[in-house]
Design a protein around this ligand. Structure first.
Ligand code: ATP
Ligand code: MN
Length: 436
């Protein structure tokens, strides 16, 4: 009888805690079946846990017959535990194999998986996304999401080291942050409300009390974009700080980029099979003014005028690569809270961080004076009464402040060389996808 319950059995070692010098040691490993081969008198299996693979060799005479047979019938993905003895082996990829003495099969898989768990690539991304929990067992994705977790950890440590306070702001809100942009409406008791497209107004208010704040949380965007860089639900790394301007924010971003690249580089060193394309750590991130880039684009034959957005296709024409900032954007298209340049009122104290033609972050100096803020809202046709909950704070001494939002998924795309944002998102949400 093969036992099927976990009961009090516990793993003694992860795959990477076992090595060939442990010859004869009894271990209990747990994980899922990656591959199985049976040849009558001998069965081979590879068990994968979160840290790597273990080879199991069940040979007639060396291990109980029922275990050897059962192993040979196991299908990929089955969840199992094996207790056995370590045997050093030159043939095994890890230098050792396990000779089983006990087998437990917790969840036996009967189905043929939609793709081989060892597949490096699967053509159709939708085939994968339909069975995302299984897809995420593939090594390529394991590397991406392990790295993503480590990058988040490094960024959090950066903020903690710099004495930022981690905040959480409401995701169910009454009014549009940036006036009328595409929002997801929701039912809020008997009222209409929306999912927050950004923590903008709340993080600005919190600079009054905490000065340096950050939030890592979902933002919701209802624009029906069908691209490889837009999600309906994304994670934004937001920072906001009192008594600084947009230049200081760019310096912080530079630090964050350097730390993030180092984290990914270290991960890739420890995991040579992670096939990332990692950008080099820039000494400084170049800064171009919006004006200069429009000039360059026009000289390169692009149909663009001062005031237009800088489209990826036009950025490609002037061949900008790697990380760079575009600063001092025209004021008119910028949201109401973005400060104008005191030297030239047509220009704003704002920047985008780019990676090639991919926008990673937008940031700016914000307005701290109530009358200026209200004026800007009116010029944009916004209803200041609806925003009184926000404007009211500016009656009580909001400090000069600046900040930015960095798209986590886009950052991970840039750090690992991933083309499709869905591949760096656990459960992507887009125009065509609301499940799984
Ligand atoms: P884009 O022009 O690329 O659609 P945006 O200028 O509308 O982006 P912002 O409002 O400036 O985006 O948001 C700040 C950052 O959040 C962006 O630079 C990007 O990294 C990320 N972000 C914004 N919208 C999305 C989205 N729909 N999917 C993924 N990330 C997003
Ligand atoms: Mn932007």
């Amino acid at each position: 009888m093969i036992e099927t319950e976990l009961g009090t059995l516990r793993r003694s070692h992860y795959s990477d805690e076992i090595n060939s010098s442990m010859d004869g040691t009894q271990v209990t490993v747990m994980g899922w079946v990656l591959t199985v081969r049976g040849h009558g008198n001998i069965s081979f299996a590879t068990i994968r846990d979160k840290n790597g693979d273990v080879s199991v060799v069940a040979k007639k005479g060396d291990c109980p017959d029922d275990i050897r047979e059962k192993i040979s019938y196991l299908k990929a993905h089955s969840s199992i535990a094996i207790t056995g003895n370590v045997k050093s082996s030159e043939k095994a990829p890890s230098g050792y194999e396990i000779v089983p003495t006990e087998l437990r099969v917790f969840s036996e898989v009967e189905k043929i998986p939609p793709f081989e768990p060892i597949a490096k690539t699967v053509k159709n991304i939708d085939t994968r996304l339909e069975v995302r929990p299984i897809d995420l067992r593939r090594k390529v994705l394991q590397h991406i999401f392990n790295t993503r977790s480590l990058v988040l950890k490094s960024i959090r440590s950066y903020f903690n080291d710099q004495n930022f306070v981690e905040i959480n702001t409401p995701k169910m809100i009454a009014t549009a942050t940036e006036g009328g942009a595409a929002l997801f409406p929701i039912f809020y008791y008997n009222k209409e409300a929306f999912l927050a497209q950004s923590p903008q107004l709340y993080k600005e208010q919190l600079t009054m009390s905490f000065e340096k704040v950050f939030e890592i949380a979902p933002i919701f965007r209802a624009e029906p974009s069908r691209t490889n860089r837009h999600l309906a639900e994304a994670i934004s790394i937001d920072l906001e700080e009192a008594f600084i301007d947009y230049n200081d924010v760019m310096s912080r971003i530079e630090e964050i980029i350097k730390i993030s690249i180092k984290t990914v580089t270290d991960y890739a060193k420890d995991n040579p099979d992670a096939e990332f394309t990692i950008p080099e750590i820039p000494e400084t991130i170049p800064q171009y003014s919006y004006d200069d880039l429009v000039d360059k684009m026009q000289k390169a034959g692009a149909k663009t005028e001062w005031g237009d957005d800088l489209y990826p296709s036009n950025l490609k024409k002037i061949g900008l690569e790697g990380f760079y900032f575009i600063k001092d954007w025209p004021l008119a298209p910028k949201p109401f809270y973005v400060k104008d340049s005191k030297a030239n009122p047509k220009i704003s104290e704002s920047f985008d961080l780019m990676f090639g033609d991919l926008e990673l972050s937008s940031g700016s100096t914000r307005i701290e004076k109530r009358n200026e803020l209200a004026e800007r809202m009116k010029n944009k046709g916004m209803n200041t009464d609806a925003f009184e909950y926000h404007l009211g704070a500016f009656d009580y001494g909001v400090p000069p402040h600046a900040g930015c939002g960095i798209g986590l998924e886009r950052l991970i795309m840039a750090l690992t060389g991933t083309e499709n944002i869905r591949d760096v998102t656990f459960y992507p949400r887009d125009v065509d996808r609301l499940t799984p």
